[in-house]
Write a protein that binds this ligand. Structure first.
Ligand SMILES: Nc1nc2c(c(=O)[nH]1)N[C@H]1C(S)=C(S)[C@@H](COP(=O)(O)O)O[C@H]1N2
Ligand SMILES: [Mo]
Length: 436
């Protein structure tokens, strides 16, 4: 692990307006800033829990080696079979055949971090945790974990979290960022309270337009900057599906996935599901936090030629994720007996709620057979599909899977509309099968 800042992993939107300073008259962000300033320590000092006497001599861009995050804890222990795409920040995806579970277990859940895991999460310390709801609300709230658990109905749902950049690796020409192939997605079971219930308790004013989310994870530079602060239109936030979660698969949310509290707002890119959640700022305009501007999580409003430069004014925020499916069994390259039925299965999901159908092809898309498709346990959980295929003679085959949403829109056989940062690629998943 290097002790210098890796600039190549940063979003190339450094020219985008940064909205880290509260607007005049707005309450000061209570999250990371307050945490970092505790005891009058510098940002690095607070992370280390002690002063750094020679800190002024630390060259710009150099991170204290003790913060390289490979000291005390092996963050990847307990994860099995994931492919690490970058280690600082830590990003890792799951091979498709390891995503076969209906409920994604911890060891198979992909990891997407824009910054460093905060010390509170590494320590598993939630004692002083507070969630602030403020901005365009009648009654700003400051809630402890116990307040959340006791004052609102507790709910549990299986919800897909998919990185907006999942599938980026398949775009031609390539685009910058983590080269997610298929496995920047998972569907754990989340327990918490409905985001809408908490917002209703705060009393959302008619002036509310958007949410702005904050967490206490630490910027790669060690500076007091937000790693990521995204939001959703207030109408989306007021739907019943989004939850403020404190548990994943029945356990406190693990450090990598947002301990002690995170948002899970399904259907939109994973980036709106803020981990280490400290604040939801209800805005009177579209949120302009970190990674809301430039090319971050934004797509050309109209189709563009692959590789085109798109002016910022032609970009719009990526909201609903497209319909998609994965083949999770068997693993690509598996041998099967020719002339005999073999089961192929996987999951399908879409940002608009329900998948209407899944089809598979064994002849490179010439003919398609409809798979059986299970109803989801709840809205925005992925849906199990199964197909029986018979490969007629020995040789090389591919199984292609194609999900269709309720509007009749289905996955393309090639990458869909190219965009500068390679988002929302729902190209059909293909696996190889060898008939013997
Ligand atoms: N605080 C915080 N929340 C965050 C992020 C982050 O870097 N910091 N990354 C976001 C992105 S881009 C994704 S895709 C999801 C990934 O969630 P996971 O790591 O639990 O799989 O978390 C989102 N929430
Ligand atoms: Mo993401």
């Amino acid at each position: 692990m290097s002790d210098t800042v890796e600039t190549d992993m940063k979003d190339p939107d450094d020219t985008a307006p940064k909205a880290t300073a509260p607007e005049a008259g707005q309450p000061v962000q209570p999250g990371r800033r307050a945490f970092l300033r505790k005891g009058g320590l510098s940002a690095f000092g607070a992370m280390l829990g002690m002063t750094i006497p020679f800190e002024r001599g630390l060259p710009a861009g150099v991170i204290p080696v003790a913060l390289a995050q490979d000291t005390g804890q092996d963050l990847m222990s307990g994860k099995s079979g994931l492919v690490v795409l970058s280690d600082r920040p830590l990003n890792a995806e799951t091979p498709a055949h390891l995503l076969d579970d209906d409920i994604t277990p911890y060891d198979r859940m992909f990891i997407r971090l824009n910054g460093l895991v905060p010390q509170t999460a590494l320590d598993g310390d939630a004692t002083d945790w507070k969630l602030v709801i403020d901005g365009e609300v009648d009654k700003p709230l400051e809630l402890t974990l116990d307040d959340l658990k006791s004052q609102f109905e507790n709910v549990t749902s299986a919800l897909v979290v998919e990185c907006g950049g999942n599938g980026r690796a398949f775009y031609q020409p390539g685009t910058t960022g983590n080269q997610w192939t298929l496995g920047g997605v998972g569907c754990p079971e989340w327990t918490g309270v409905r985001l809408a219930d908490v917002l209703k308790a705060a009393g959302v004013k008619p002036s509310a337009v958007y949410t702005g989310h904050y967490g206490n994870d630490v910027h790669l530079s060690g500076e007091e900057k937000d790693t990521i602060s995204r939001g959703v239109p207030i109408e989306k936030a007021m739907e019943n599906d989004g939850i403020i979660a404190w548990a994943m698969n029945g356990e406190p949310i693990p450090a990598l996935h947002g301990f002690p509290l995170r948002l899970v707002i399904p259907g939109y890119p994973g980036s709106v599901s803020q981990k280490y959640l400290t604040r939801i700022w209800v805005r009177d305009k579209v949120h302009d936090g970190e990674k809301m501007g430039g090319a971050s999580y934004r797509m050309p409003a109209h189709p563009v030629a692959p590789g085109a430069e798109v002016p910022e004014s032609d970009m719009e925020i990526l909201t609903e994720m497209p319909v998609k499916s994965l083949i999770t069994f068997p693993e690509t390259g598996t041998s099967v007996a020719s002339g005999q039925q073999a089961e192929v299965r996987g999951h399908a999901w879409t940002g608009n709620g329900d998948v209407a159908a899944v089809h598979t092809s064994i002849d490179f898309g010439q003919t398609w057979q409809e798979a059986t498709l299970d109803a989801p346990p709840n809205r925005f959980a992925w849906q199990r599909w199964r197909a029986m295929v018979t490969l007629p003679a020995a040789g090389y085959y591919e199984v292609w899977a194609r999900a269709t949403d309720k509007n009749g829109v289905s996955q393309p056989p090639v990458s869909p509309g190219w965009n500068p940062r390679g988002y929302a690629n729902n190209i059909q998943h293909r696996i190889a099968l060898i008939a013997t």
